[in-house]
Design a protein around this ligand. Structure first.
Ligand SMILES: Nc1ncnc2c1ncn2[C@@H]1O[C@H](COP(=O)(O)OP(=O)(O)OP(=O)(O)O)[C@@H](O)[C@H]1O
Ligand SMILES: C[C@@](O)(CCO)CC(=O)[O-]
Ligand SMILES: [Mg+2]
Length: 350
C-alpha cells in the first residue's frame, strides 16, 4: 500500500482574480487529506471516502471509473464526489503509462469540503502522488502540481487556476500568476479560521464571476483591483523578516489589505450573509483583518490575530460552526508510507 498526504490552504489574497491572470498568494495550512492506494489485479477502481458527507450522506462507492458506482444515493452526488478522484487516477495512469491500472483507494481528510480550504486540491495532489508511487513512478512536487492542476481544470470545466494545487503540492506560502508559480518567503502569520458549516460550489461561483466580468467593465476592473491589492500585499511580505514573529505594523498592513480584498470579493457576489457575519465578528474581535477564503458562497473566513480574542469572538457568533488556528504547512505533498507501516506494526503487536 502507498499512502500520501497533502495540505489544504487559505488565500491571504487573490482568489477568483487569479483565474484571470492576476497574482494570488495562497498559503498551505496544517489540515491534510490522506490518500491510501493499493494496486488491483483488474482495471477497476474502488474508492472509499470515509469522511465524505455531502448533504448528510456518507458515501462509499465502487466500480470502474466509466461505470456508475453501485450505491444507494443519487448518482449526481456520487459523480460530484468521484470527479476529483477519477481525474487523479487518470493522471497517475498517464504518468506511469499504464492506462488499465486498477486501484483500491481510501480517502481520509480533515479539510472541510467545499469550504474554501482547498479540499479538492489536497485530495487530487495526495491521490496522484500515492497512485503514481504505487505504480513505481516518482514525480517531483512540481510535476504533481502540474498534473493536479490539469485534473482540477478538467473537473471544474476549464475554470481553475494553478493556485490551490501548487500550494498543496509545494507547501508554504506561494505566489501564482498564470502559469508562473513559485514559493515565497513569509513569516508565520497568525491565521484564525471561522467555518459557517456551509459550502459553495467552486465551478458555479467561478462561472458567476466570469459572467459579471464579461457583462460589466467595472466588474472587470474590480478583478484587476484585486490584482493591485495582491501586488501591494506581496511587496509588504517581501520586506518582512520570514524568520521573525510578525510585528504589529506588518499585521496591520496585511490585515487592511485583507479587508479591502474581502470588500471586492463581496462586490463580485461570492460572499454570503454568514461569511460577512463571520468577517465582521472577527473584526469586532480585534482581528487585524478578515476575508473569505477560496471560492466563497459559504464555508470559511480567514482572519489575522495572534491573541485569542478573534477566536473567542467567533466562538460566540451565531452560525459559526467551528473555529481553529491554522499553522502554515511548510511541507507540501509527502509520503506517509512510514506512518502506515508503523500503524500496521502496532496493530500486529496488539
Ligand atoms: N475527503 C474527501 N473525500 C472524497 N472527495 C473529496 C474529499 N474532500 C474533497 N473532495 C472532493 O472535493 C470536492 C470539493 O471541492 P471544491 O473545489 O468544491 O471545494 P474546496 O476545494 O474544499 O474549496 P475551494 O476550492 O473553494 O478551496 C468534493 O465535492 C469532493 O468531490
Ligand atoms: C475561486 C478560485 O480562485 C479558488 C478556489 O479555492 C478558483 C481557482 O483558483 O481555481
Ligand atoms: Mg477546490
Amino acid at each position: 500500500m502507498t499512502v500520501s498526504s497533502a495540505p489544504g490552504k487559505v488565500y491571504l489574497f487573490g482568489e477568483h482574480a487569479v483565474v484571470y491572470g492576476e497574482p494570488a498568494v495562497p498559503c498551505a495550512i496544517e489540515r491534510r487529506a490522506t490518500v491510501s492506494v493499493d494496486r488491483r489485479d483488474d482495471d477497476h477502481v474502488r474508492v472509499v471516502a470515509e469522511d465524505l458527507s455531502l448533504n448528510g450522506f456518507a458515501v462509499e462507492y465502487s466500480g470502474s471509473t466509466d461505470e456508475h458506482p453501485d450505491v444507494d444515493v443519487p448518482t449526481s452526488l456520487v459523480e460530484a464526489a468521484m470527479g476529483y478522484i477519477d481525474a487523479a487516477v487518470e493522471q497517475a495512469r498517464d504518468a506511469a503509462d499504464e492506462p488499465d491500472a486498477g486501484f483500491d483507494i481510501t480517502v481520509e481528510s480533515d479539510i472541510p469540503l467545499g469550504a474554501g480550504l482547498g479540499s479538492s486540491a489536497a485530495v487530487v495532489v495526495a491521490g496522484i502522488d500515492a497512485a503514481t508511487r504505487e505504480l513505481g513512478v516518482e514525480l517531483t512536487p512540481q510535476e504533481i502540481a502540474d498534473r493536479a492542476y490539469r485534473a482540477e481544470h478538467e473537473v471544474q470545466d476549464g475554470q481553475a487556476s494553478r493556485a490551490d494545487t501548487f500550494a498543496s503540492a509545494l507547501g508554504g506560502a506561494v505566489r501564482v500568476e498564470g502559469d508562473d508559480c513559485r514559493t515565497i518567503d513569509a513569516p508565520a502569520l497568525p491565521f484564525v479560521i471561522g467555518f459557517d458549516g456551509g459550502s459553495g460550489d467552486t465551478g458555479e461561483l467561478v462561472a458567476g464571476v466570469r459572467e459579471l466580468r464579461e457583462t460589466y467593465d467595472f466588474a472587470a476592473q474590480t478583478v484587476e483591483t484585486i490584482g493591485d491589492v495582491v501586488r501591494e500585499g506581496e511587496s509588504i511580505l517581501a520586506e518582512a523578516d520570514p524568520d521573525g514573529t510578525p510585528d504589529e505594523e506588518l499585521l496591520e498592513e496585511l490585515g487592511g489589505l485583507m479587508d479591502f480584498n474581502h470588500g471586492l470579493l463581496e462586490a463580485l457576489g461570492v460572499s454570503s450573509r454568514s461569511l460577512d457575519n463571520l468577517v465582521w465578528a472577527a473584526r469586532s474581535g480585534d482581528a487585524y483583518g478578515a476575508k473569505l477564503t477560496g471560492a466563497g458562497g459559504g464555508g470559511c473566513i480567514v482572519a489575522l490575530d495572534p491573541t485569542p480574542e478573534t477566536e473567542t469572538a467567533l466562538q460566540y457568533t451565531p452560525g459559526c460552526e467551528d473555529v481553529f488556528r491554522a499553522e502554515l504547512a511548510t511541507t507540501g505533498v509527502q509520503s506517509e508510507d512510514d506512518a502506515e507501516l508503523g500503524a500496521e506494526r502496532e496493530e500486529r503487536e496488539r
